[in-house]
Design a protein around this ligand. Structure first.
Ligand code: ITT
Length: 194
């Protein structure tokens, strides 16, 4: 028997990535597949809050087991900013270039460049909520390097590596990333349930 889970995202790339990791015991369905075309609010002040808002929205309306994720870049010297505001740090939209410029400007002359990406997944399974967290530590370099990936990847150098996330082959980033770590914890949990 295969168990159905809704992934509350419109990002089809994230969806196929996770389907390939969970294997055949679970079928992951997108919002589109369950006919949800609404814009789900992401208005909470934390990653945990936003992930839960999205999952709860689907659970309340469709009554189906589901999960949602939220990710932020947390810079130590900026007290954890941009954090939950990572997508809309410099502008209202997803302007990756402006967001990077803003972080670099705020870090001008700052010695402590430590940062981390943090992903939180909220799962609602049979009415119970569980969170899974994935973190990758690194630093913010002072100039962009590389053109792969997205978001803050060109200025993020993960600890122990000599290439930024934007220089690394995508499959290598996907093995060590915050999202991969959170997803593998989710999958480990789901596999214990079957
Ligand atoms: P959905 O809510 O539709 O899934 P989103 O763009 O809001 O998409 P996330 O919550 O995963 O995506 O991430 C929020 C922001 O954090 C994203 O817009 C990027 O600026 C940044 N970000 C997330 N993951 C990243 C990664 O792997 N590399 C670089 N930046 C990332």
């Amino acid at each position: 028997m295969t168990h159905e889970l809704i992934f509350a995202t419109n990002n089809l790339h994230k969806l196929s990535e996770i389907q390939s990791i969970v294997g055949k015991n679970f079928t992951i369905k997108s919002l589109q597949e369950i006919g949800c075309t609404e814009d789900i609010p992401e208005t909470a002040p934390t990653l945990e809050g936003n992930a839960l808002l999205k999952a709860q929205y689907i659970y309340d309306r469709f009554g189906k087991n589901c999960f949602a994720d939220d990710t932020g870049l947390e810079v130590e010297a900026l007290d954890g900013r941009p954090g939950v505001f990572s997508a809309r740090y410099a502008t209202d939209g997803h302007d990756f270039e402006a967001n990077i410029d803003k972080v670099l400007e705020e870090l001008t002359g700052v010695e402590n460049r430590k940062a981390r990406f943090r992903t939180v997944i909220a799962l609602i399974l049979d009415g119970s909520v569980r969170y899974f967290e994935g973190i990758v530590n690194g630093e913010i370099i002072s100039e962009r390097k590389g053109i792969k990936g997205f978001g803050y990847d060109p200025v993020f150098l993960p600890d122990g590596y000599e290439q930024t996330f934007a220089e690394m082959p995508l499959d290598e980033k996907n093995k060590i990333s915050h999202r991969a770590r959170a997803v593998s914890k989710l999958v480990e949990f789901l596999n214990l349930k079957i």
